[in-house]
Design a binder for this molecule. Structure first.
Ligand SMILES: [Zn+2]
Length: 67
């Protein structure tokens, strides 16, 4: 099946029988990220963990939950 990366709009082909394709069809995951963007997000997530901003984000979420 053909999938479009939600970040860079690159269209890629993935195996119909792959786990990722099944998840997309079952809507367990609703968006597809190409390898480049997936990697970029992983790196930025790790950087956020390292800088301590991740904790800040969680606190913000809790405040939003109260409203
Ligand atoms: Zn991408």
């Amino acid at each position: 099946m053909q999938v479009k990366c939600v970040l860079c709009d690159q269209i890629e082909g993935i195996e119909d029988n792959s786990l990722q394709a099944k998840r997309l069809r079952n809507r367990k995951i609703s968006m597809y990220l190409c390898a480049t963007c997936d990697n970029r997000i992983k790196v930025s997530t790790l950087e956020r963990h390292a800088s301590g901003n991740f904790k800040l984000y969680q606190e913000e979420k809790e405040i939003n939950g109260l409203i």
